[in-house]
Ligand binder design. Sequence first.
Ligand SMILES: Cc1ncc(COP(=O)(O)O)c(C=O)c1O
Length: 287
Amino acid sequence: MTDTSIYLDHNASTPVLPEVLAAMLPYLREHFGNPTSGHAFGRRARAAVELARAQVAMLVGAAPDQLIFCSGGTEANNLAIRGVMSVRGDRRHLVTSVAEHPATAAPCTWLEGQGVAVTRVGLGADGQVREDELAAAIGDDTALVTLIHAHNETGVILAAAAAARLAHARGAWIHLDTAQSVGKHPVEVAALGVDLLSIAGHKLGAPKGVGALYVGPCVTPRAAAARGESRSGACGRAPNVASIVGLGVACEVARRELGERIAPLPGPARAPVASSGGGGPRPAPAR
Ligand SMILES: Cc1ncc(COP(=O)(O)O)c(C=O)c1O
């Protein structure tokens, strides 16, 4: 890689935005407290985590207390998929697609090994999940439908609201892996009608190793009870405060810039789609 390298793989990962890095540094230096501590150092860190929770929530149209911080898209998907199957004992069927990211495919396969029935629906020639197959796959024993929102290889955006209606019509919940869409495409939980949604920080200008899971109102009481979760902020462990702060700022920037990010690219004389540096002109996000 040279200074003139052009980075074209924002689906794999994005550079940390300069304002994200600047917001994180104080939480690696002077504000190092544990947010679960009651003293001033802890309270300062806790306030930063809560601000970040509000910033992430705002981007996806959720309430702050509907967000759980975790280590990224993979952990969010595992929490959602394995968590739901652990609280819906009455329903032992899971629906997914044949074209999921390994972060979804792996927990589905693991559950299959535990005796859960898994149906993987196919895609049409347009890369969309086949709606007729999806409708036929969801039954009265289906606990969860889990699908990728923006596909990491094809870029196809799932017709998510229609999938959600099909799931809910049979009493199933729906989880969307929005690792590739949040911050690059409008993602709003009410408009999508989803029950759970995964966010991966490093796809939108935050560092690797941080993410969030949105848990909607019909899931929350049962899922939280099953996990014995307190609102300590990050899946029970001492929260990764600096990265969570970074995720919050990345979501805030995304909310401000979303209109610009989704505007059509200019015609033949296109600007480069990304630069390798973190401090230069802001790279256009991947589509
Ligand atoms: C669609 C999708 N889901 C999940 C992940 C995993 O996210 P993370 O790297 O934060 O665990 C990725 C990352 O490549 C992804 O593209």
